[in-house]
Design a binder for this molecule. Structure first.
Ligand SMILES: Nc1ncnc2c1ncn2[C@@H]1O[C@H](COP(=O)(O)OP(=O)(O)O)[C@@H](O)[C@H]1O
Ligand SMILES: [Mg+2]
Length: 257
């Protein structure tokens, strides 16, 4: 069992909360009526998430930082709760055309942010460095990869995939990227975008990074009957020509990150 730092406890006030007795994963989120506390094992990402969130204030709808603390093991980030529902809530999954329109709009909101003074670089070389580190240190979660990434129809192992990624680098179009553009990280209310969360991987990156993960997340969340239309619908709404190779590239890369 662990306890919250006093600074955070004081900010939470009277509201009740429960902490698991066993720390099961790298991060834990406690949701209050109007606040959210994200507790993470200290890592580069837990540190970056807070600074990116601070940089994005007034640029995009992201949570406001209410407080922050660190103990020997963990980072504690207290932020405002984004109103509405996640993009993967049944309300939106049952109306895929509307869901895809909102997601296309959300992608464009990121692309419209001026990146001239953006201090966070997540370009392909940076991502490949991280992928290389994970491969060399045996940190790739092969079991949780997309089903065709490794094995009979895919790459023999992470080393082979890494080599292929280095040899097939696409030309990048740098924009502000969310970095983990999946449905549970995007919120809507009354058919409007209310906010973006889980920002540790945000920064300058190729625009196809977010398109690829958005498409993957749509396929993972939508029911079978809608899946075949998803691809064309997304590109019709984005008003750009699809590039299947780039989508495949960034989905494969994500399996090493
Ligand atoms: N500021 C927030 N407002 C509303 N819900 C949040 C907020 N932060 C986290 N959540 C909820 O907690 C879940 C996990 O938080 P997230 O930051 O995405 O962590 P993880 O890294 O585990 O995906 C989200 O999908 C969302 O449902
Ligand atoms: Mg998340």
């Amino acid at each position: 069992m662990f306890d919250l730092p006093d600074k955070i406890k004081n900010l939470i006030g009277e509201e009740k909360y429960q902490l698991d007795t066993v720390w099961r994963s790298e991060s834990k989120v406690i949701i209050f009526s109007d606040k959210v506390l994200k507790i993470q094992t200290i890592s580069q990402e837990s540190e970056t998430e807070r600074s990116i969130m601070a940089w994005l204030q007034n640029k995009l709808p992201v949570p406001k930082i209410l407080g922050y603390a660190r103990d020997e093991k963990r980072d504690y980030l207290l932020m405002t709760k984004i109103p509405g529902e996640m993009a993967c809530s049944p309300k939106y999954l049952n109306k895929p055309e509307q869901l895809i329109s909102l997601l296309a709009k959300a992608l464009r909101m990121f692309w419209e942010v001026d990146i001239n003074n953006c201090p966070f670089n997540n370009n392909l070389d940076e991502k490949l460095q991280r992928a290389k580190y994970n491969v060399k240190n045996n940190l790739v979660d092969v079991k949780n990869a997309e089903k065709d990434t490794f094995g009979k129809n895919g790459f023999k192992n992470p080393e082979h995939l890494l080599e292929w990624l280095y040899n097939n680098k696409p030309k990048e179009e740098l924009v502000l990227s969310h970095g983990d553009f999946c449905l549970p990280n995007i919120f809507f209310r009354n058919d409007k975008i209310t906010g973006f969360i889980d920002l540790a991987r945000a920064g300058m990156a190729d625009k196809w990074q977010d398109i690829a993960l958005c498409y993957r997340s749509l396929l993972n969340n939508l029911s079978e009957k809608y899946r075949s239309q998803t691809f064309y619908s997304l590109f019709e709404k984005l008003r750009i020509s699809p590039e299947r190779d780039k989508i495949r590239y960034y989905i494969l890369l994500d399996d090493l990150l």
